[in-house]
Structures are given as C-alpha cells and as structure tokens.
Design a protein around this ligand. Structure first.
Ligand code: FES
Length: 377
C-alpha cells in the first residue's frame, strides 16, 4: 500500500563532520574523513529556503561539531528569519560566552549539550580531550544563564552506565530542564565498538530502576527536571518505527549536500541525491532512494502480513543492513525476525566486553584505516 508522501517537517543540517572530540560511539559514518567539500553558507541558505517552502518547521544544526563552522550564527539568523524553530546539538567545544550571546541574538531557541560522563576523567578519556569536562560544565551554566531551555544529553554505555546516579546528580546540580539518558544506539562508530559499549541486561535494568527512583524524588521535591531514559534496541523485542518511517517527516542534509532519510543511511548500497544537483522537492517526492522504503511493498512477506507494520514499519533499515547485509530484511531487533539470534548473540557477548583500551576512537586516522579495510573486504 502506498500512502501519500508527508511533509519533511524536521530538517537536520549536518553542517560538518569535523569535530575536536573523538567519541567512540559517534553516529557519523566510519568513512566521514573522505567527505571534505562542505556546503557553503549560501548553499545552506538555499537548502533552508527550499525546505521551508516545502513545509519544514524544525531545524536542527548538528555535525560533527557545528560550532567549528564560523558561519553558524549567520546560518541560525537566516533560518530564524525564515520561521524555523532552531535547535543546536553540540558537544559544547568551541562555545564561548560571546557565541552563546550572539546565537541568542541570532534567534537560536534551543541548545542541547552532550556530556560523555559525570566523572571528569572518564568524560575526558572518552572524548579524547583533557579539558572537555571543564568546558562542558562551564558552558552548561552559561546556557542556563542566557535563558535557553537547559537540555543535557548523556550517551549511556558500558563505560558509564554504572555511574547513572552521579550523572543525574550532575544534571540536577546544573539545573537541567530536560535530561536525555540515551543508551547508545549502535550506528557508525558505536557499531564498530559494540563489543566494548553494549551494557548487559542487568546494567540496563539497574540504570532504569535508579532513574525511576530519581524521577520520584524529583517529583516529591517539586524540582522541574524531566528525565528521559532510552532503552537500546538491543534490549527490545519489538523494533522501533525508525525516523517515524522512511522519508515520512525527517530529512537530513549531510555536510557535502547529500540528502538522506536518516543520519545513518549513507552506508546503504544506494545512490542518494545531492542538493547541489537536485532541487529538494524532487529529492523528497521523486528520488528512488527516498521512495525506496516508503509504503509496504518493499517488505518481506513476514512483515507484510504483520499487524504491527503500521506501527513499526518493519523497524530500522540501517540496522537491518548492518546486521544482515540486506536493508529489506526485517530489523533483527524484532523477535519474529529469523535474524533475531544476532541480537541475542550480542547480548551474550556483552557479558565479556572488550576493554576500554581496545575501543576505536573516531578520528581521521582511524576513519581512513577502517574504511580502507571495508573496501578490501
Ligand atoms: Fe536509518 Fe534507522 S537509522 S532507517
């Protein structure tokens, strides 16, 4: 069945793959270092104009680290003038009080700062920077002072999950309005490092229990802080409706102008259009890649006849590809998938993780080495 194509309500502008940090769970593609030709300021303005005309209302600036773009304030001001609700997703590296003030003046409505851990030394070891924790802490305070909604994001994994209580304490100390305790999803570098990052079932259960206890305390004390706890796909039995459906509301534009239905799609063996050559309207409505997984005709028989297909759309195409080699397969997270054993194997492997020292950090050298390896395999 082919449903009418919706509007690209949510535009994600991945301004750059450059980043001063080296997180081993980064969701950027493994081969990110080969994409160097970033869209110019003017090209981004054109993308914003086209997306807005097509009905986009929310614009996220991400990366890499979007603050390495010195035209960020200009881009925000332009998007704000066009009527977008604007959101900056940042590590906080490169942020200064002057930039917080000028982004506010440019109309930025929302800043989300990510931390690696509550313990400065763990944070800095994961980030690959000696001063990361101090900088993030200081910038979070300033973001609050400048009256932005305070949103903190912690990617939770095996290396920090047992400190969940200290993490929440830190968020309360910083007076966060919203905290995302998102257990790592395994895309990009995180998938490369899954054997060192996937927590055990017991760790996940404990972390969720502690989060619930904090929620109760927070409510009793009348503190305004929303804790969002995200369980990883690997401990679910039903797949998530990834991106709310392929090509339904999300449109990502990568630093080099490649248009994608999700941040992880460029690894799929498909040709994705580029905003430098193709108008956004044609990309969204007419391109083979955006139409490829719309509706249900592409689904295997098992998903076609499943009553949940309207809810989960067969799960995540990228996860199906990464685990089974074919993006058309049902997401192996689904308990009915013949590939679900791969998820069960990963759960068993989480009992004997690889040590921290063996994690592959996201940096240009590792990017080149791992992508050369992929090509040769
Ligand atoms: Fe690409 Fe789920 S991340 S479809």
């Amino acid at each position: 069945m082919t449903a009418p194509v919706g509007l690209p309500l949510w535009l994600l502008a991945e301004l750059t793959y450059r980043c001063p940090l080296q997180c081993p769970y980064c969701s950027n593609p493994i081969d990110y270092a080969q994409y160097k030709e970033e869209l110019t300021t003017g090209e981004w303005f054109d993308v914003f104009d086209q997306a807005r005309q097509m009905g986009a209302v929310q614009l996220g600036f991400s990366g890499g680290e979007p603050l390495v773009r010195q035209d960020l304030e200009e881009l925000v001001a332009y998007a704000h003038k066009q009527g977008f609700y604007t959101n900056l997703i940042t590590s906080g590296m490169g942020l200064t009080e002057a930039r917080i003030a000028s982004l506010k003046e440019a109309g930025l409505q929302h800043i989300q700062i990510s931390f690696q851990a509550s313990d400065p030394s763990v944070n800095n070891a994961l980030a690959g920077s000696k001063h990361a924790f101090e900088q993030k802490y200081e910038m979070s305070r300033l973001v609050k002072q400048y009256d932005y909604p305070m949103v903190l994001n912690f990617v939770i994994h095996r290396q920090n999950i047992d400190q969940i209580d200290q993490i929440i304490d830190l968020c309360l100390e910083l007076e966060a309005d919203t905290v995302e305790l998102a257990i790592c999803q395994f895309y990009g570098w995180a998938f490369e490092n899954i054997e060192g990052l996937l927590p055990t079932k017991e760790q996940v259960v404990r972390a969720e229990r502690i989060t619930n206890e904090y929620r109760k305390k927070i409510e009793e004390r009348g503190i305004k802080c929303k804790l969002i706890f995200v369980v990883p796909d690997y401990y679910e039995e039903r797949p998530k409706p990834c991106m709310d459906g392929w090509g339904k509301i999300f449109l990502t534009v990568a630093p080099d102008g490649t248009a994608l239905p999700c941040h992880a799609a460029r690894q799929l063996p498909m040709q994705f259009p580029n905003v430098r050559q193709t108008p956004l309207k044609d990309i969204w409505y007419d391109s083979d890649s955006f139409n490829h997984f719309r509706g249900d005709e592409w689904m295997p028989d098992m998903c076609q006849s499943c009553p949940d297909k309207e809810r989960d759309y067969g799960g995540c195409r990228c996860q199906a590809f990464m685990l089974t080699g074919d993006a058309k397969n049902a997401d192996p997270v689904c308990g009915k998938s013949p590939y679900h054993y791969l998820i069960e194997e990963a759960r068993v492997n989480s009992e004997t993780p690889v040590p921290f020292e063996e994690l592959r950090f996201r940096n240009p050298k590792n990017s080149k080495r791992l992508s050369d390896k992929q090509v040769n395999e």
